[in-house]
Design a protein around this ligand. Sequence first.
Ligand SMILES: Cc1ncc(COP(=O)(O)O)c(C=O)c1O
Length: 379
Amino acid sequence: MERIYLDHAATSPVHPHAAEAMIPYLTDFFGNPSSIHHFGRQARAGLDEAREKIAAFIGASYNEIVFTGGGTEADNLAIIGYARANRQKGNHIITASTEHHGVLNACKLLETEGFEVTYLPVDEYGRISLKGLEAELKDNTILVSIMTANNETGILQPIKEIGALLKSHSAVFHTDAVQALGKHLINVEEMHIDMLAASAHKFNGPNGVGFLYVKQGIELSPILFGGEQERKRRAGTENTAGVIGMYRALEISLEHREARNEDYLSFRNLLLEKLFEADVKYVINGDAPYMLPNVLNLSFPGANVEQLLMNLDLEGIAVSSGSACTAGSVEPSHVLLSMHGENERSKSAVRFSFGYGNTSGQVEKTAQVLNKVLKRMKI
Ligand SMILES: Cc1ncc(COP(=O)(O)O)c(C=O)c1O
């Protein structure tokens, strides 16, 4: 049975060229980049080159990139690190109710430390209101954290407009660009972004490595305690091979961005067209003009999503639900709840996410299998 992987928003395979670029840094150039001898300098040179390139890809400078152990750590460092270091400026933070838990749980922690957090609501498409954000800005607001694209729906937030709005306010702007980077063009300078979190495994780099862009002059308190790596902002020996893999993967993603995005859009349309032809009843969670091309979140009203995912897996199709399944009951995701409230739509959502290696043949097969499974489930 051919297995079809349509869960690239969860994680995506390492691109073979990225894997190839990593190997010498696992075998020959294995030194600790902080060591001053030849072996250390070799590793440092690779790390420096990757830092330079990654910075250039997003319109940043070399010393504005902090390597981390992934997206969650980058979000945590931005939010907790900034709030703790800048407490004297104010204690109010604004974020959105649909953020990733890497942001939401960092904010929850800060609430226990005396920070006040406003969680902006979203409309039925998952977008925040700029006017709503503006209304919540106060003199003591020090940080606004709004994600570039949502991991469950692919919905894009008005990042450029938020950056422009905050130009006239002292709050800094952090964006979680974990899902967007590599698919959506980002230039931190043009978009007035002060901090940006990224994670390699979402753009065909390895798991467990990411980075935080931190605009020059921004003070962060470290959240890890140890050595003085990454200009004292992130203790711990850098994952040199991982960083090299991340840089190559991002380079490849950006090189092929337009062609790949076109493919993903055609996959999305093909899936919807085939489901429509087969008379499958679905609702799109999101708003096509404001969505990443590779994510499609569909609700199949009446479907038991746990059963649906299990049946699809048995037929070789790997997708994910917008819900956390616990002991037989389905908890709708906080994202869908924020968009639609507690209803059938929020409980029957499936996320299809396209990526490296997918073909239109696989998408057609997915539509056929989905139709078969739903009919079998009498949906
Ligand atoms: C939007 C978003 N932010 C943060 C993360 C966390 O990234 P990581 O898995 O690298 O910790 C994810 C991963 O799913 C994500 O989708």
